[in-house]
Design a protein around this ligand. Structure first.
Ligand code: FES
Length: 231
């Protein structure tokens, strides 16, 4: 089934127009599909192939390389707990076990209500905050088993949860939309509890999701360099 239609097709056309070689738009267009479907569907890949003049196999080859592009349905919130050396030494196994017990799934799984996916991640490059985890790519440091359960409880109850940088955790569809539309000056997407995207303020042209350089010696990003802090 076609995915990139109507208003979202117009966004796709604007993304393609950014690139001198339109096949360079493959990744953002796949994120755009994910922002609609929650993952990269066959219908979405066909749309991307048609827009870019590629074969579906070429689009699949591009998309399958990137772990942030999901090939199967994902939860609204992806919880990624680092299982690498520093985090394992400092208690990551207990954090993962607590999440498994709270959610009733193992790493790689998604809850039946589609709310949460859990994964045991490789090093998240925040070893100084071990054990580290992310929820939809927002960072949480020195996480305890009790804290991960409390974070899940809050999200399950529809409450706002903020990362160590002070940024609210957004839905996976909203993150995919922001990644696709970065640099277009389009409204930032936020998600309702029903998973629908609604507009907010505009993304600055140099916005790069997830890029939050920290002040040396602290866990805080510089306010001026963190556009998401203004939201
Ligand atoms: S080992 Fe866990 S963030 Fe690096």
């Amino acid at each position: 089934m076609s995915v990139l239609t109507g208003e979202i097709r117009e966004v796709a056309e604007r993304i393609v127009a950014k690139y001198p070689n339109k096949r360079s738009a493959a990744l953002p267009l796949l994120f755009l599909v994910q922002s609609v479907e929650g993952h990269v569907t066959d219908g979405g890949m066909k749309d991307v192939a048609e827009i870019l003049g590629l074969t579906p196999a070429e689009v699949l080859a591009t998309g399958s390389f990137y772990t942030m592009l999901k090939k199967k349905p994902q939860g609204e919130y992806l919880i990624s707990v680092c299982r690498n050396i520093s985090c394992t030494h400092l208690g990551a196994r207990k954090v993962i076990a607590a999440a498994e017990e709270r959610l009733g799934i193992e790493p790689g799984g998604t809850t039946a209500d589609g709310k949460f996916s859990l994964e045991a991640a490789e090093c998240l490059a925040t070893c100084d905050g071990a054990p580290s985890m992310q929820i939809n790519y927002e960072d949480f440091y020195k996480v305890t088993p009790e804290e991960i359960v409390a974070l899940i409880d809050s999200l399950a109850a529809g409450k706002e949860v903020k990362s160590v940088a002070g940024d609210p955790v957004k839905s996976s569809k909203a993150i995919a939309y922001e990644t696709a539309a970065a640099g277009l000056g389009l409204p930032v997407a936020t998600a309702t509890s029903a998973g629908r995207l609604v507009g907010g303020e505009s993304l600055p042209a140099d916005f790069a999701p997830g890029h939050r350089p920290k002040v040396p010696g602290t866990d805080a990003p510089p306010e001026a360099e963190n556009p998401a802090a203004d939201s």
